[in-house]
Design a protein around this ligand. Structure first.
Ligand code: CUK
Ligand code: CUA
Length: 763
């Protein structure tokens, strides 16, 4: 019997209720539940494999693309519980993303030709790597629609940077990182002229339209992409698809597959066969094989051309320098996934039943021997398929993407048309197992499954259609992420998770212990630049300045008040409000908004955020804290007073509350009684080994911090009482009680934690 049930028992006995009676009232056996809910033993097994009891944590954290939502969705494996949405290309009000000035500055980096683009079509997230293993420091994600890439810092899960691709009009083959995150790759999809705002008719497609691949240089120390040190390769106007970096023996090389090497231009409205026919007519397309380390040297040697201010290695240079090769791939290929040992590249043929396993060793041998079967129309050497392929394996209909197991040679490939996952051996070319999924799987993902050290255990199938899996919610269905146990020979389907925010193309998952996010910022930090915020102030330094028609507030937030509690402006003034959250306690976030001015800030402990607007409407606008941060959260408020032109006050005093001496005495008694409770809680906490629990130590510090704010208030209310000013005497005494309530709240939380986590008496 554990401690809690022992305690429950003793309480029950104390209350005079027999144990048998309690059991009869509460207990339903496992068999009862299985029967009542119509569950099988298999269901029970699946539940046991995914259930994470309260107080325990998941083993892996998954970062899912948010598809058309332009965001990232963070969820945990195996419970499949959603932990967070991260605003990336799209404003996200909860985080104030796009509603405060600091995050607006990040979104503004994603403007194209001066225009705001407030959505994104996110496809492929990538976690930063060290020696080919996930290191949990940064996350990158691309926007296919408007060729952009974003950098998210995993210390605070915030978007820090958006960079716009200077030469593409779309971008699908990113983000994928090199084994030490020196570069992030991004390949175009829909060919277009590389020079900005250049018009060429579709009749000049073959001559003037181009594809390409961009290598973004990443500065890990600064946590930012360096556009000036990045470069691209001009590629033929094939539809470049996905990419992957080589590793181990293939480190220094990257691979980008393609489709529509027919270079077909549709025109169904003019009676031409549509794109889908023209772009899949040939039996093969091309895998691009690129020596990126050598390409970086070519750029350093000044052999790149500047297009739109960006370094581009033109195709003829790439051919001459021997850094670009093609290999045929059957048929309308999709996905290219390098094996953990870096020896093989696996490409699926969407319209073929096969996957092709390319051998890096064979590709290198052909290049060294100068053994090419032909050249493409742009003069790029083409290596023969048979000279590059290790094995081709028939897996099923519509193979798309491949991920790897922790066991050598084992891979999993999604079969879109068959709605299945195939488990197979890519060294020997043998199919091992198949599992049906629901329905039409796109990507799939194993734990750290595209790194050099996949962790096995689980696989998530990212199904495009859910159809009948969930309670219907109208014609637009959620996506269905299905969790699959891959730890045994046979795969077992465990769980269906609806994902109701766009179409997530890809997910990456990392061991939870590798993530080391912070719980607070250094006081006064602008979280979007990671630098001290110029508007930050400490307690007691709050002020409001007015210069001409500019009102600037340097304010603070702490349970449960906003300083200042009134902001005055004249109509037409520009109002800038800097707010610093002075809390040190974990999870004590305050929010801030002003009625009808379309601003919102999420101010986590230590952060400083700015909101700014033109007070263009005279009137009275409440502002308040938007996070339920404390018992008196609803009282965390103030007024923005926007005065009309030439306004003069007629009344100069605020209404009084008519408090009496009796009110004051009652408050003083309440304060004394509450102090007694606090003292008893403190006595308990200090009687046990609370210092062994860091979370409790933080709570205790915070509690004393709250209590410390009562300093000087006793003298204050007593001085007013001596003058018989019962209003001020009573309210200052009330303020002491407010701090006591917060102290008691924390103390009780700490006490409960200690009781539940087995704290021991020290005396
Ligand atoms: S693509 Cu979506 S299923 Cu954008 Cu990675 Cu293959
Ligand atoms: Cu601060 Cu509610």
């Amino acid at each position: 019997m554990n401690k809690t049930s022992k305690r429950a028992l003793s309480l029950a006995l104390a209350a005079g209720i027999g144990f048998a009676a309690t059991a009869a009232l509460s207990a339903e056996t496992l068999q009862d539940v299985l029967k009542r809910r119509n569950l099988s033993q298999q269901d029970l097994l699946a539940a046991a494999k995914t259930y994470v009891p309260t107080g325990k944590r998941d083993e892996f954290v998954a970062f899912s693309s948010g598809g058309q939502s332009g965001q990232v969705i963070v969820y945990a494996v195996p419970s499949m519980r959603i932990l967070k949405y991260i605003g990336v290309f799209t404003p996200e009000p909860w985080q104030g993303y796009g509603y405060d000035e600091n995050s607006k500055a990040v979104l503004a980096q994603g403007k194209i030709d001066g225009k705001d683009i407030t959505w994104g079509d996110t496809h492929h997230p990538a976690i930063s790597e060290t020696n080919g293993e996930y290191d949990g420091q940064f996350l990158f994600i691309n926007d296919k629609a408007n060729p952009r890439i974003a950098v998210i810092d995993l210390r605070d899960f915030e978007t820090k940077q958006i960079v716009v691709n200077p030469i593409f009009k779309s971008e699908h083959g990113g983000a994928f990182v090199s084994p030490n995150t020196e570069y992030i790759i991004e390949a175009a999809q829909y060919a277009a002229p590389l020079e900005n705002k250049k018009f060429f008719p579709l009749e000049e497609f073959n001559e003037k339209y181009r594809g390409g691949v961009t290598y973004w240089k990443f500065d890990r120390k600064e946590g930012r992409i360096k556009p000036g040190e990045s470069f691209s390769l001009e590629l033929p106007p094939y539809s470049q698809d996905l990419s992957d970096f080589g590793k181990g023996p293939s480190d220094g090389w990257s691979f980008t597959n393609s489709f529509c090497s027919e270079r077909y231009v549709g025109g169904i409205e003019k009676g031409r066969p549509p794109y889908e026919a023209g772009c899949s007519a040939k039996d093969t397309d091309y895998l691009h094989v690129i020596n990126w380390k050598k390409a970086a040297e070519v750029v350093k040697a000044g052999k790149a051309k500047k297009i739109n201010g960006h370094n581009v290695i033109m195709m003829d240079t790439a051919i001459k320098e021997g850094i670009l090769f093609l290999v045929p791939e059957p048929k309308s290929p999709h996905g290219v996934d390098v094996s953990p040992d870096g020896k093989f590249m696996i490409v699926s043929g969407k319209l073929d039943t096969h996957v092709s396993v390319y051998s890096f060793e064979k590709i290198q041998a052909a290049i060294k021997a100068g053994k090419f079967e032909s050249k493409d129309p742009y003069g790029i050497p083409v290596i023969g398929l048979k000279d590059a392929v290790h094995v081709q394996v028939p897996l099923g209909l519509g193979p798309l993407h491949t991920q790897y197991d922790s066991k050598p040679c084992i891979a999993y490939t999604s079969l879109y048309v068959d709605s299945q996952v195939a488990k197979w051996n890519y060294c020997e070319g043998k199919v091992l197992d198949k599992l049906s999924v629901h329905y039409n799987i796109g990507h799939l993902m194993t734990m750290e499954g595209d790194s050099t050290k996949p962790k096995g255990k689980y696989l998530v199938a990212l199904n495009k259609l859910a159809i009948d899996r969930f309670v219907p919610v109208g014609p637009l269905h959620p996506q269905n992420h299905q969790l699959i146990d891959i730890s045994n020979d046979k795969m077992q389907l465990l769980y269906d998770m609806p994902l109701p925010l766009g179409e997530p193309h890809y997910v990456v998952a990392i061991e939870a212990t590798k993530l080391k996010p912070g719980v607070r910022y250094k006081v006064g930090t602008d979280s979007r630049t990671d630098k001290p915020h110029p508007g930050a102030v400490r307690a007691g330094e709050e002020r409001t300045e007015k210069k001409g028609n500019k009102v600037t507030v340097y304010g603070t937030l702490i349970r449960s008040h906003i300083t200042p509690e009134t902001i005055e402006a004249d109509v037409g003034d520009e109002v800038t409000i800097h707010l610093t959250n002075l809390e040190r306690a974990q999870d004590e976030t305050h929010g801030f908004t002003v009625s009808t001015y379309n601003t919102h800030a999420s101010v986590e402990p230590g952060k400083t955020v700015t909101v700014k607007f033109k007070a263009d409407k005279e009137g009275v606008y409440p502002y308040y804290c938007t996070e339920f941060c404390s018992a008196l959260h609803l009282e965390m408020q103030g007024y923005l007073l926007v005065k009309p032109k030439g306004w003069k006050p007629t009344k100069t005093t605020l209404a009084k509350g008519n408090y009496t001496e009796a009110d004051y005495k009652a408050t003083v008694k309440k304060v004394a009684d509450t102090q007694a409770i606090i003292d008893s809680v403190v006595a308990y906490i200090t009687s046990v080994n609370y210092k062994d629990f860091p979370d409790v130590v933080a709570m205790v510090e915070d509690a004393f911090d709250q209590l410390g704010k009562t300093k000087g208030l006793k003298e204050k209310h007593e001085a007013f009482a001596a003058k018989k000013d019962w209003e001020n005497a009573n309210l200052w005494a009330e303020q002491i009680w407010q701090y006591q309530v917060k102290t008691a709240d924390l103390g009780l939380r700490a006490k409960t934690y200690l009781e539940q986590n087995g704290a021991k008496k020290i005396k």
